[in-house]
Design a protein around this ligand. Structure first.
Ligand SMILES: *Cc1c(COP(=O)(O)O)cnc(C)c1O
Length: 463
């Protein structure tokens, strides 16, 4: 399988190169040259597989020709061995036709573990074959940093540096990063905002000499391998609730559009999906898009669901590429418009086709707490604020009543204890593996928001 860039001006690459590259050199995102698909009989035969076996089957077409070919099942078993629920991704029924797909039983209690636990191992194996070393640098405002650190810690050929804004992440989120003791993990508290952190990372990537010197890479959600690993749980849920014989509906709380795009890929691969319902908080650029056909950036404001506080949904570019019939020049034009004027509009035919498959809803903080309280009162389930946004969208959307509605539960409630307490007056408990989080020693370095300081720190830490 080969991969092409959504902007059409980068050479096609094999899976292993796409894994290590992340972003394409023309600024685009990699997508498979063609979509592999399963027949209804092949999907029916997925029933009864355990999660790692299913993962191997769903991911196999994407890694044809990779050094990982034939190793996927073992890799997936290792990746998901640390999950604390034996089903890995359990489905829980909330109401007559409403289901929660719990994606928070991994080591950092958010769905990002599904992709990153796999991708960490993939990096390790490809680097071992190539006898290369790699330095990963990323910025985080919350969940991504800890999931990446958990996935990379202790890996011999990789150093990871995660920047977070000093004093501006939740204490649980910070401690999940800073209490990891492995030597290849480097936490940096930047005296500044999340934007300062992200700008420093961008400047590092723009410094070609330094980039080559340390073999710099990223694990943010534009990496194709992360999307690929997330496709699996859509098949998992679909097959458990009746696919291929009946179509299901997914509701996804959305930020960068990575998670819901993985669902779209599952549909391309033959999983019968009725509709995608998207939930956003007050930072509702995607919901506004599905209401109007115009993608228009606005400022970011903090909300109870910080992992969806985004200005631009970077993975939306992949969807655009599909709905513009893979016209890379057209994608590039719209992306240039967005950069220049903060806005673009998609052609009417593409917009209509998107609306036949996707719809977006929004929920403010007061509404989020209300939904958390309602669900708790009715079912005893505690939802984290991100999940509540998705459940609200699932309940609001007009969708086929005969299609099981599956809301993705993207984080464990204990990751956001203050919001959960405000809504339910109960303090959610951390799972046993993290129960002593507040007693573990923290380790991080504080730096100014200064590129030179950062470069010096990275150089000295990896040598
Ligand atoms: C990252 C994250 C999201 C948003 O996912 P995208 O793939 O960026 O759309 C939603 N909920 C939680 C808990 C997250 O950590």
């Amino acid at each position: 399988m080969r991969y092409i860039s959504t902007r059409g001006r980068a050479p096609a690459l094999a899976f292993d190169d796409v894994l290590l590259a992340g972003l394409a050199p023309d600024g685009g995102l990699y997508v498979p040259e063609t979509w592999p698909s399963f027949t209804p009989a092949e999907i029916a035969a997925m029933a009864g597989l355990d999660y790692p076996a299913l993962a191997a089957r769903v991911m196999a077409p994407f890694v044809k020709g990779s050094v990982l070919e034939g190793q996927l099942e073992g890799l997936a078993r290792e990746a998901y061995a640390g999950f604390t629920h034996t089903a890995i991704a359990p489905l829980k029924q909330l109401a007559a036709n409403e289901w929660l797909l719990e994606l928070f039983h991994g080591p950092t209690l958010a769905f990002k573990d599904f992709a990153l636990q796999c991708v960490g191992l993939m990096f390790d194996r490809v680097l071992a074959v190539r006898q290369q070393r790699l330095t990963i640098v990323g910025a985080t405002s919350g969940d991504t940093g800890s999931a990446a650190i958990e996935a990379i810690k202790g890996r011999a050929a990789i150093d990871i540096f995660i920047l977070h804004p000093a004093g501006r992440t939740s204490e649980v989120q910070r401690r999940q990063m800073t209490t990891v003791s492995e030597k290849n993990v480097h936490n940096i508290a930047i005296k500044g905002t999340f934007d300062d952190c992200q700008n420093l990372v961008k400047e590092l990537f723009a410094d070609a000499a330094f980039r080559a010197e340390i073999n710099l890479s990223a694990v943010n959600s534009i990496n194709w391998a992360r999307i690929m690993a997330q496709v699996v749980y859509y098949f998992w849920a679909g097959v458990h609730l009746g696919a291929p014989h009946r179509a299901v509906t997914f509701s996804v709380p959305t930020g960068n559009f990575g998670n819901v795009f993985a669902g779209f890929v599952a549909g391309k691969m033959g999983l019968p999906i009725d509709r995608f319902i998207i939930g956003s908080n007050r930072n509702d650029i995607l919901t506004r898009f599905f209401e109007t056909g115009a993608m228009t950036t606005a400022g970011v404001e903090p909300s109870l669901s910080p992992s969806m506080d985004i200005q631009i949904s970077s993975n939306f570019e992949r969807l655009l590429f599909e709905y513009l019939d893979r016209d890379a020049a057209a994608v590039e034009r719209l992306m240039a418009q967005l950069k220049q004027s903060g806005s673009y509009t998609v052609p009417a035919a593409a917009y209509q086709a998107m609306c036949a498959r996707f719809s977006g809803y929004r929920l403010d903080d007061a509404g989020t707490k209300r939904v958390m309280a309602e669900v708790f009162a009715a079912t005893g389930e505690m939802l984290d604020p991100h999940t509540a946004v998705g459940v609200h969208a699932a309940r609001t959307a007009k969708a086929n009543p005969a299609s099981p509605r599956i809301a993705l539960a993207t984080a464990h409630p204990a990751k956001f204890p203050d919001a959960v307490f405000a809504a339910t007056h109960i303090k959610p408990e951390l799972p046993r593996a993290l129960a002593d989080l507040f007693n573990r020693p923290e380790r991080f370095t504080t730096l100014d928001a200064d590129l030179d300081q950062l470069r010096r720190f990275i150089r000295s830490a990896i040598n």
